[in-house]
Design a protein around this ligand. Sequence first.
Ligand code: NAD
Length: 355
Amino acid sequence: MTKIFEKISDKNHEQVVYCNDPSSGLKAIIAIHNTVLGPALGGCRMYPYKSEEEALLDVLRLSRGMTYKASISNLNIGGGKAVIIGDPNKDKSEVLLRSFGKFVHSLGGKYITAEDVGMSVHDMEFIRMETNSVTGITRAMGGSGDPSIFTALGVFVGMKAALKKKLNIQSLKGLKIGVQGFGKVGYYLCSHLKSEGAKIYGYDINQESLERVIKEFGVIPVDNDELISMNLDVFSPCAMGAIINPSSIKNLKCSVIAGAANNQLEKEDRDSKLLSEKEIMYVPDYVINAGGLMNVANELKGYNKEKAKYQVEGIYYILMRIFDYAANNNMSTLQAANLLAERRIQDYIKWNHQQ
Ligand code: NAD
């Protein structure tokens, strides 16, 4: 018991809810990290965690990340996340999802769920049967639809911000961009890159995804090692995390790293430092990939696609502020992003107390 409180207190989580429903087989944990700016919004991940401890650590880490992401994105929402312990291919059922929906509902709007790893937009529809505290449902059901389109737009404008700051370049025409992973985000990103005349290189372990972008956007295929060690203007990780580490940094020859993947740096402090030593500009992942969150957050007040697009395009200015702050205070772009995200919450608390 004490140990759980220690873990919850360590990163200042407000509330952690254990959900147990033997009749549906549901075992879930909802973590609410911070609700200063608004209700805690964050996806629900279903994964066959090896232990309860592993599930708890994951939900604590992910929910805290959502607080930072929402804050730096100027959204009036807080950070939360949920995990369902189980194999999504074997253990998921309508009743399990509805049971999860009931638990979410019992929190009275303090936590709002959405899709994450192991969950689909269709799963959100079952959750929606039990609660309105759910986002990321299909357009046909009145929701915001596929967030990847907006995540890709955010990555594109974020790339432009970084190139403007680092190389004083306005257009991507003729620039060499290397993309790792042509899944949902990587695919839409290519359409933006192609329309601006960039030269796209890339790799995907899935041959079908790779062939699609070769055919549709003229992507030049290279293998992963070559991609990392190429002379590129931008390297864009859009597949998995921890791809930026001492062994990849040794080979990187790009000017900018700007991609959608979560947790790109294997060790934040160590790898930020190594990148600065090589004068490679790192665009903090949770800032540049916030387009999907901005899009789902829009559902809370009645979905408006134009507004969502406007907000996502604003990632350009959010990043410019981070780059300037980092340069003026001699810190990494990631440190600057974290500091500005924390400051927004602290400033709001102060202002609110004075009213
Ligand atoms: P996805 O699963 O649709 O695509 C990932 C792609 O990467 C797949 O095509 C896969 O084959 C490929 N891949 C996996 N391992 C690889 C490897 N070793 N080398 C090359 N390619 C590899 O996922 P997505 O929705 O496009 O998301 C991409 C990344 O962005 C993920 O890290 C995700 O967490 C993050 N992200 C996505 C969104 C979103 O809106 N989809 C939002 C924020 C962050």
